[in-house]
Design a protein around this ligand. Structure first.
Ligand code: AMP
Ligand code: FE
Ligand code: FE
Ligand code: ZN
Length: 281
């Protein structure tokens, strides 16, 4: 029988650059008829416990997830981690290091903007983040608030996007280390939205490093990219995952539209379980 239950394995809360609390996110997922979600905040699991609690109350299964910023040679990509032990010490240490690093990076971005005439205070940026994880989206919001740009999109296009004048590169966290860490913590690692920028050679390198799956279903993937990555996943024997990459309600939200069958989630979980069983034997 076809499993008609639907799941969303890519969502953000205000613990990173999303706008909703974990509870509001879970309630939204329930309204959309989703039976399971993964909260995949950038470099933190601060929203997990609240999400799990809300999930139990709303009848939505909440999977431990995270979106890690990693590097493959010079290229930066996002890896989605799932099913890891949220108490794993080294994983938690990594999150703490990265959260501190992100603060420093945003501080330097603000300095660059201020030096080029766009006065902005670090405190103003920080005030826009409800959690501990700061990122460029918070800077973009602060720039709009201060009247330096009309929209957050303009802020990225003119100043903050990779390679633009105010973008300070993130420290390098090699993908091979990230995958090893996720595996040690009992989880799996999946390449997020490869259709954004990821070169094929990068995907191949990630596979050699132990990548478990590819996020084939993503609002940024059109039919051609979806087909391309679905075929690649099949050819390479990788899992497929997908989700809405939800950040906030509004016309750009794909929650409810971009989702996957629960059967894919079950398969991903069993791969994580098999990995764990192998590592203890
Ligand atoms: P950071 O984590 O600070 O490197 O910022 C990356 C986040 O900013 C991504 O996860 C997106 O949510 C957002 N982002 C990155 N590039 C753009 C862009 N060109 N336009 C709008 N948002 C972007
Ligand atoms: Fe984001
Ligand atoms: Fe991402
Ligand atoms: Zn994301």
């Amino acid at each position: 029988m076809v499993d008609v239950r639907r799941a969303d394995l890519h969502t953000h809360t205000y613990y990173s650059d999303g706008h909703l609390s974990p509870r509001e996110l879970v309630e939204k997922a329930a309204q959309h008829g989703l039976v399971a979600i993964a909260i995949t905040d950038h470099d933190t699991i601060d929203g997990l416990a609240e999400g799990e609690q809300a999930g139990m109350e709303c009848g939505v299964e909440v999977i431990p997830g995270v979106e890690l910023s990693v590097t493959v040679r010079e290229e930066s990509v996002h890896l989605l981690g799932y099913f890891f032990d949220p108490a794993h010490v080294e994983l938690r240490e990594h999150f703490e290091r990265f959260i501190a690093h992100r603060r420093e990076r945003v501080y330097r971005i603000v300095e660059r903007l201020s030096a080029s005439g766009m006065a902005l205070s670090f405190e103003a940026v920080q005030a826009l983040a409800k959690g501990r994880v700061l990122g460029r989206p918070h800077v973009a919001e602060a720039m709009v608030e201060a009247g330096h740009v009309a929209t957050e999109r303009d802020a990225f296009q003119q100043y903050l996007a990779d390679g633009k004048p105010a973008c300070v590169p993130s420290v390098s966290f090699p993908a091979a280390e990230a995958l090893a860490l996720l595996h040690e913590a009992g989880g799996i690692g999946v390449l997020a939205h490869p259709g954004h920028w990821t070169a094929d050679q990068t995907v191949m390198t990630l596979i050699q490093c132990g990548l478990d799956g590819i996020e084939t279903i993503h609002p940024g993937h059109d039919a051609m990219l979806t087909g391309y990555y679905r075929q690649l996943a099949r050819d390479m024997g990788l899992l497929e995952t997908g989700g809405s990459d939800f950040h906030r309600p509004g016309p750009e939200s794909a929650m409810g539209r971009t989702a996957i069958s629960y059967a894919w989630l079950a398969r991903a979980r069993s791969v994580a379980e098999t990995r764990r069983a192998r590592s203890v034997s």
